[in-house]
Design a protein around this ligand. Structure first.
Ligand SMILES: [Zn+2]
Length: 265
């Protein structure tokens, strides 16, 4: 179950008091992180609580430090760090520890990964399936491969107009957090205009996983049809997956096959 969650006003009062104490001894330590302090001071996590609290059970051991871990992720992104060296950094930096909201106790690296798994429900364990061969048909220069799902955009539009929403996507919570905690607040503060244009385009990125998979059988024939292990379960023919970009600087990862599965189900 969800542990202690300090209200934003209380958090702000706390860090102002603690930073004042630190600044009276080492003012430069506070000055060094002025951008990060502003960021976290303004980041209202009262809005985050109702979004993520349904992800915790009502019984059992309390998950402590959840807002503090969230703030840590904001700082990690700002300071270009990852959880593995962040824990060490926090241990040695009073200012960062204070603005995250931590007291004497701090979570270990595993708690950071638990938090990621809780808000991003993608099952990315390796899967076993048969190898699908690449499409072999060759196309002339300039000739386009025909769409695999013709009129898919039209179908999507139709479903959305009917009121259908895609509620099973793994990034749903992340998008809710982004919308409520970041976009709404930014509009409220006058940082972005009331009306924003959204545009979409697709691009491919390399995932680094092999699209041949790893053989799990003893067959001599490399092209046998036995199941293989794929380290990236969303891998299909190539080692690239598609990204769907939305305007205003946000890129939301969408596996196209997931969307089409959602539509056809
Ligand atoms: Zn085999």
């Amino acid at each position: 179950m969800l542990g202690k969650w300090l209200a934003q006003k209380e958090y702000q009062a706390n860090i102002v008091e603690k930073l004042r104490q630190i600044a009276s001894i080492t003012p430069e330590a506070v000055r060094e992180y002025k951008d990060e302090i502003t960021k976290l001071y303004l980041l209202d996590l009262d809005v985050l609580k109702p979004i993520i609290s349904p992800l915790y059970s009502h019984t059992g051991r309390k998950s402590e430090h959840q807002p503090e871990i969230f703030r840590s992720f904001v700082l990690m992104s700002s300071l270009k760090m990852c959880p593995d060296n962040w824990v060490e950094k926090l241990r040695n930096n009073t200012v960062l520890r204070t603005i995250c909201g931590f007291g004497d106790k701090m979570p270990n690296v595993a708690s950071y990964y638990d938090f990621i798994n809780r808000i991003y429900c993608l099952d990315d364990r390796p899967c076993l399936r048969t190898l699908k061969s690449k499409p072999t048909k060759k196309y002339a220069k300039g000739e386009k491969i025909p769409p695999k799902h013709p009129e898919i955009v039209g179908k999507l539009v139709e479903k959305i107009i009917e009121g259908r929403r895609f509620e099973s996507r793994p990034e749903l919570t992340l998008q809710k957090i982004f919308a409520r905690v970041v976009v709404d607040k930014s509009i409220e503060m006058g940082l972005v205009p009331q009306n924003v244009d959204v545009s979409g385009d697709g691009t491919c990125i390399d995932t680094g996983a092999s699209h041949y998979g790893v053989k799990t059988c003893e067959c001599k024939d490399f092209k046998c049809s036995c199941p293989r292990r794929f380290s990236d379960p969303i891998m299909k023919f190539s080692s690239k997956i598609s990204f769907l970009h939305l305007g205003a600087g946000t890129a939301i990862m969408h596996n196209i096959s997931m969307v089409t599965q959602d539509i056809s189900s």
